[in-house]
Design a protein around this ligand. Structure first.
Ligand code: G1P
Length: 276
């Protein structure tokens, strides 16, 4: 029974300063749609309609985005602009949304822990909206949900990363199964290439089971002095099954200017009917 999804949106977005001084990085648009909306659409496509946001100071624009704006709606009613808001309004209607704040930015694991009250005792999806994942068919979260249905355990999305980039990702060591998934033995947060157990890097999409919260409570600060979700998953992997899914689709690191521009160009090509 998977219906919840947690969005980690507390981080500062320092790589986009000054743009992100007063605007959440999750609200940066790829063409005309904010990054976070792509993520929520992906969650809804995966059947996850109960959305939790972990936000923080300066992130109110996210709440306003997923709310009604009667004045604006009235003003554009009957004009050619009406359609532009329609998809968003439909999206809002299909979700229930709850918010909590991460008072201090203490890592991805800490952010997940902040969502404990929102997610409760059920398995849930996790989205880091910086990672924009696109696929023609089933979205990446929907693919993870399918894997969860089969294995009933934590699932992480992975893709091959360049060897010199292992220190930008959580890296897994796993044994490939016939269905293209991996049974995970170990997860390491941002190892240098010489210490990386593979080149399979974690992408910001997960399915987690509630047991992860107790593990996160026990997790000491790791890479960068922060509480890392990767470390908690690694501890869980000693006793429980964890599966990695090399998904179908394309992923852009929109937390970096290069990735953001690539995503923008890709989406523009698509919109103009070209094959990117
Ligand atoms: C986080 C995770 C990392 C993962 C990455 C994917 O790192 O800690 O394991 O590979 O997201 O984007 P961050 O990019 O937030 O430093």
């Amino acid at each position: 029974m998977l219906k919840k999804c947690l969005f980690l949106a507390g981080g500062y977005g320092t790589r986009f300063l000054p743009a992100t001084k007063a605007m959440p990085k999750e609200m940066l648009p790829i063409l005309d749609k904010p990054l976070i909306q792509y993520g929520v659409e992906e969650a809804v496509q995966a059947g996850l309609h109960e959305i939790g946001f972990v936000t923080g100071r300066g992130k109110r624009a996210i709440e306003d985005h997923f709310d009604s704006n009667f004045e604006l709606e009235n003003r554009i009613k009957g004009t050619s602009r009406e359609e532009a808001l329609q998809t968003l309004e439909e999206l809002i209607d299909t979700c229930t949304i709850a918010y909590t704040r991460q008072g201090e930015i203490l890592g991805t694991g800490h952010a997940v822990l902040c969502g404990r009250l929102l997610m409760g005792h059920e398995p849930f999806g996790v989205v880091l909206a910086d990672d924009l994942c696109l696929n023609e068919g089933l979205g990446v979260l929907a693919q993870l949900v399918e894997v969860y249905r089969k294995y009933e355990c934590c699932v992480v999305a992975v893709e091959q990363v360049a060897v010199e980039l292992t220190n930008k990702y959580g890296i897994i060591d796993g044994v490939e199964q016939e269905d293209g998934t991996y049974l995970v033995n170990e997860l390491v947060e941002k190892p240098e290439p010489e210490n990386a157990p593979s080149r399979l890097g974690i992408v910001g999409r997960y399915i987690l089971v509630p047991k992860i919260f107790d593990e996160l409570e026990r997790t000491e600060p790791g890479y960068g002095g922060e509480i890392q979700l990767t470390d908690a998953l690694n501890a869980l992997a000693r006793t429980d099954r964890i599966v990695a899914c090399a998904f179908d689709g394309i992923r852009f690191d929109c937390g970096s200017i290069e990735g953001f521009v690539e995503a923008t160009n890709y989406c523009l090509q698509k919109r103009q009917g070209h094959q990117p």
